[in-house]
Design a protein around this ligand. Structure first.
Ligand SMILES: *Cc1c(COP(=O)(O)O)cnc(C)c1O
Length: 388
């Protein structure tokens, strides 16, 4: 089988350094392009040459464009976007400020990211699991009566979970939450750059290093302007249109990394449009072809691996993500297989422990995640290695 946009894959691969392994862990950490790597290094150098604050000032247009680009992917403005140190830092910033009381409930899917569940507990929130179907997707038929009865302080959804390449129906959940006036916060760490994110949520947060293929240690949080009143002000600060949400940012930060994230977002938006960078928005045709190519890669991984060596693929074959997760045959230790795939065959995959989603997982799984650069050949070779 061939992939729908081979030229897109080639351009993405060409833009990056040669890999020393066959990379199937993009959901863990993807590969930065040479342009992003150079941009980060150049900014660090400007700090040494010009002064740290002066370099930051000089980079303001890049940072502002990055905020606008990230906002555009959610259909909201640049003034709603803050840079933080990663997705977990984004959730932490939100929970530290969100107006809820200790003992309030947060509703989420049973497949919620384990560290997010811990963060809820640390902030004194009680977790209630929303009814789901047998792959862990929110059951929309049962959601309305459930939400109307439970009335949680807010709903938290992880659009694509870490341990399973399925997409939650965030748009429909968002519409329902809006109608019931229940705030919705969405973790897009696995979904931004991967699938469409134009839904109506009050706040979103995500990370740079996964599907946007930016640097590590950088992320963002964005709060819809109409939800600014959900945030507590501390020390007399105020979420005005001018300061926007930047009050959530650290007082000092790795600005070079933020520059890298901004460059990575512009590359993502330009991918598939035939230009090296562009002012394209998140609804552009390029973005659509990126999403289609990623979905085709995921489908091919699932088709090629289904039943191989007794492994079982969890996702429906046509799920529009580039991630496949495999349940091992009885007695097989996933972490050992992942280690062997790397040391003996040169394939980087990921062994996902049960703690990743303790409300849903009953056994560790092997996660295989491709990106635009992934080829059909690599997928077939990996399946042969797994079979052996
Ligand atoms: C990776 C991940 C996170 C954490 O991201 P960091 O940038 O490491 O904080 C949060 N949620 C999900 C669903 C993830 O996959």
């Amino acid at each position: 089988m061939s992939l729908p946009f081979p030229e897109l894959g080639e351009a993405w691969r060409e833009a990056r350094p040669q890999a020393a392994v066959v990379h199937f862990d993009h959901a863990g950490c993807s590969r930065q392009s040479r342009r992003v790597l150079d941009g980060v290094a150049a900014h660090a150098r400007f700090e040494a040459e010009l002064g740290g604050y002066q370099a930051e000032g000089a980079a303001a247009p890049v940072l502002d464009a990055g905020r606008a680009a990230i906002g555009s992917l959610f259909g909201i403005g640049a003034e709603t976007v803050a840079f933080v140190e990663g997705a977990r830092a984004g959730l932490f910033a939100l929970l530290s400020r969100w107006r809820f009381s200790v003992g309030d409930t947060v509703a989420c899917a049973p497949g919620e990211y384990g560290p997010n569940l811990s963060a809820f507990a640390r902030h004194g929130l009680a977790v209630r699991f929303i009814p789901t179907d047998d792959v862990g997707r929110i059951d929309l038929n049962r959601l309305w009566p459930w939400l109307a009865t439970e009335r949680p302080a807010f709903v938290h959804l992880t659009q694509i979970p870490s341990q399973r390449g399925i997409v939650q129906p965030v748009s429909l959940v968002g519409a329902l939450c809006r109608e019931l006036e229940i705030p919705l916060i969405v973790d897009v760490a696995q979904s931004l750059g991967h699938v469409a994110t134009t839904f109506d949520a009050d706040a979103v947060y995500g990370t740079s290093r996964k599907w946007l293929a930016g640097p590590r240690g950088v992320g963002f949080v964005a709060v819809r302007q109409s939800a600014f009143n959900q945030l507590r002000t501390l020390d007399g600060d105020e979420y005005t249109t001018e300061t926007g949400i930047r009050l959530l940012e650290s007082s000092d930060a790795h600005i070079a990394g933020r520059v890298g994230l901004c460059l990575a977002v512009s590359e993502f938006l330009a991918a598939g449009t035939g230009t090296s960078t562009s002012a394209a928005t998140g609804t552009g045709t390029g973005t659509k072809s990126v999403h289609q190519q990623l979905a085709a890669i995921g489908k091919l991984i699932r088709e090629t691996h289904a039943g191989v060596g007794g492994w079982r693929v969890i996702e429906p074959l046509n799920e529009p993500t580039a991630v496949a997760t495999l349940v091992p045959p009885d007695g097989v230790i996933v972490a050992e297989v992942a280690a062997k795939l790397l040391t003996q065959h040169g394939f980087l995959t990921s062994a996902i422990p049960v703690s990743r989603a303790p409300g849903e997982m009953t056994t560790p799984v092997l996660r295989i995640s491709g990106h635009l650069e992934t080829t059909a050949d690599e997928i077939e070779t990996l399946a042969r290695a797994l079979a052996s």
